[in-house]
Design a protein. Sequence first.
Length: 268
Amino acid sequence: MRDRLTGPLQTCVAVVAILDFTLVFPWQAQAFALPLVDDTVRGIDLALGFDHVAWMRWLDANPGIRAVLDVSYRCMIPQMVVVIGLYAASGRYRALDRYLAAFAIAIFLTSILSIAAPTRGIVAFLDPAWRVTPSWPHGATDVAAYDALRSGALRDLSGRPELGIISFPSFHAASAVLSAWSFWVFPSLRLPAIVLNGIMSIATVGCGGHYVMDVAAGHLVAGLAILLAVRGSDLGYRLLDRLAGSPALLYRPTDPSARVATAERASR
C-alpha cells in the first residue's frame, strides 16, 4: 500500500535476482560445450570489412577517443542505477516494472543464446603481444577460464563468476538500447541518453572485445525484450485487475483519474 517503501524494496530483490542469474548461470552452462560459432560470426565481421587489429591501432593512436569510449563502456550499471532512482523518485512504478522486466528478459535471452551459439570472442584470435597495448579489450571474456569450463578442467566457480563470459550477443549493446528507451520518458534526457548509449555500443567492439555482429545481435535482443516486457506488463496488470478480489489494492495507476475509475470498479 506504500509505494515509496515497497517499490525500492521490490526493486532491490529484482535486481539481485537478475544479476545473480547473469553472473552464475552463463558460466555454469558453458560446461555443455556446444560447438563454437566464432568462425561464422567472425566471418560476417570480415565480410563487412571490419578489421579489429586496425581498429585497435587507431584507438592506440587516439588516446582521447579511447578514453571517452572507455568511460562510456563502464556506464552500463551506473545508468541502470540512475534509471531506477529516477523512476522511483517520480512515482513511475509501472514504467519501472517494464524496465526491470525488459532488463531481465534481455539477460535471459543473451544467456540462452550464448549457450546455444557459444563464442570465445575476438581476443582468442588476436596476437597475445597486443595485451600490452592500451586498446586491448579489458572487458573481454577470460579465454583461459572459458576453455577450462568447456573442457571440464574448471569446476570450482568460487570467486570466478564475473561479467565478461558472454560474447554473442553483447549484453552491453542490449543494455545501451534499454537505457536509451528508459530515459525517453524524460524529454531533457533523450538526446544525452542516445548519444551516450550510441558511444557505448561503439565502445563494446573495442573495450569489450566483441564482434560487430555481437553488437547487432544485442540490439535485436533489446528490441525483442522491450516488446515482450511492455506487452507482458499490460497483460499482467489486466489479469491482476480481473482476478484480484480488491483490484484497487493491486493495480495502483499513477494517473488520479485512472485510480478513481479502478476504485469504482472495485466497489461494484
